[in-house]
Design a protein. Structure first.
Length: 95
């Protein structure tokens, strides 16, 4: 199994690259303001959707850590934040 350095990017709005280059999405740290939806696509808003998660509203406003199993989700072009709804910020872990 090949090991790579894990890096992080802080994102507060959709329509931006979390990382511009081929990478694997390894995990997320989500600061949601209620029910939330996050979607990542490859390269641009019209690129293939490779990861999406919906989170229900919670009675407590605690951040949520999401670890993606295995080697993560591979994005051949870049990790593009297509949708970020009900989220104050996310930290994207990639490698």
């Amino acid at each position: 199994m090949m090991q790579t350095d894990v890096k992080a990017a802080y994102v507060t709005a959709s329509g931006a690259n979390a990382y511009a280059g081929a990478a694997r999405l390894k995990g997320l740290y989500v600061n949601a303001s209620g029910a939330a939806s996050i979607e990542f696509s490859d390269g641009t808003s019209t690129g293939q959707s490779l990861f999406r998660i919906d989170m229900p509203a919670s009675a407590t406003a605690n951040p949520i850590a999401i670890q993606i199993p295995g080697e993560g989700v591979f994005f051949p072009t870049s990790i593009y934040v297509k949708t970020l709804t009900g989220v104050n910020s996310i930290t994207v872990f990639y490698g």
